[in-house]
Design a protein around this ligand. Structure first.
Ligand code: SF4
Length: 337
């Protein structure tokens, strides 16, 4: 039994639901247990340092979830007097809480009769009722959500919601469900009309775009430079090495020129130690193709911009890092030279 299925505590349910969005249960479990151990209640999470939360989240991806997690805990503390909001519409006011999470918390923790719709539920309903609208466009979402509401067991909404989600996860799986062994086969319109593989219909996703990054790992004695990402882009609030972004896949010459420009150093004042092969990192709508350029400078040569932070190499890992960089360091850099 999953630990968050054994509790009625809205904080734990909310935490697990946020962690499990876009994350496999096996991977999410470790993070959930770590968060609960470090922050056993919403007050302790609200009082947390953002950097610590981001660090604990490191590796889970979709970092806006971690930022929202902390913002919502602080909302609970400051706007709801430290008590978790107890109704669906109140829950929706929390940062990062959408209809799915609000319905899950309201029905499981408070027995409020609201239907949960996640990917599993929408697949089950699209098949049971032969919904031909794409389930990822507003018309389809509306139809699925109306069906979910009609089907809801209003006397026991928490168990009902969890049961439908589990049914989707274990029985009515995306590919080749075992319909012959299905207990609701006789009511299933997709099965009756030979539409199981055709449903649910989904509108095609946006095309994946490549982004080309070069990271500069600058060795200045025991020190290097990192930089906190800001602005409306991926990995906000995470730290990275000084970055050069290119429009197209760069050649070595282009990388070296850009590194000279970025550091204001060239010739003998910037020693190139190593250029890594391209490393790929897949995000939802982006593929990051990164190379790491290891360079060495003499002491006091570099006029680093103010937003670069000078740290010891041994301290880089104390900062929240994108998985791409963390993995690169793990695999490639014992002592980064
Ligand atoms: Fe899903 Fe097949 Fe059962 Fe229909 S019969 S609900 S498609 S597993």
């Amino acid at each position: 039994m999953l630990p968050w299925r054994e509790t009625k505590d809205p904080y734990m349910i909310w935490l697990s639901e946020i962690i499990l969005q876009q994350t496999r249960v096996n991977q999410g479990m470790d993070y959930y247990l770590r968060f609960v151990a470090r922050f056993p209640d919403v007050h302790q999470l609200a009082a947390a340092d953002e950097q610590e939360v981001m660090k604990l989240w490191q590796g889970l991806g979709y970092y806006s979830r971690a930022r929202n997690l902390l913002a919502a805990a602080r909302q609970v503390e400051n706007e709801f007097g430290g008590k978790f909001p107890s109704g669906y519409s109140e829950l929706l006011k929390l940062k990062g809480v959408g209809p799915y999470t609000a319905a899950a918390v309201a029905s499981i923790a408070y027995n409020e009769p609201v239907a949960v719709v996640d990917g599993n539920v929408s697949r089950v309903l699209a098949r049971l009722y032969a919904v031909h609208n794409p389930v990822n466009v507003p018309a389809g979402e509306k139809q699925i959500s109306a069906l979910a509401g009609e089907l809801l067991n209003r006397g026991n909404p928490g168990d009902h919601n969890q049961a439908v989600m589990e049914f989707g996860a274990l029985q009515c799986v995306p590919v080749a469900p075992d319909c012959l062994a299905c207990p609701v086969q006789q009511f299933c319109e997709a099965y009756g009309n030979d539409l199981v593989t055709a449903l649910p219909v989904k509108e095609k996703k946006t095309r994946i775009r490549n982004r080309f990054f070069t990271y500069l790992i600058i060795k200045e004695g025991e020190h290097t430079y990192i930089n906190r990402r800001t602005g409306n882009d991926i990995w906000r609030e995470l730290y990275e090495f000084p970055l050069i972004e290119h429009d197209t896949a760069p050649g070595e010459k282009e990388i070296l020129h850009a590194a000279s420009r970025l550091t204001g150093l060239g010739g003998s004042r910037l020693t190139i130690s190593r250029l890594s092969d391209p490393v790929q990192h897949q995000l939802t709508h982006r593929r990051i193709i990164a190379r790491f350029l290891h360079v060495e400078t003499g002491k006091d040569l570099l006029q680093a911009p103010d937003h670069w932070k000078r740290v010891r190499f041994s301290e880089v890992g104390d900062h929240p890092l994108p998985r791409l960089i963390d993995r690169y360091l793990e695999l490639n850099v014992e002592s980064p030279d």
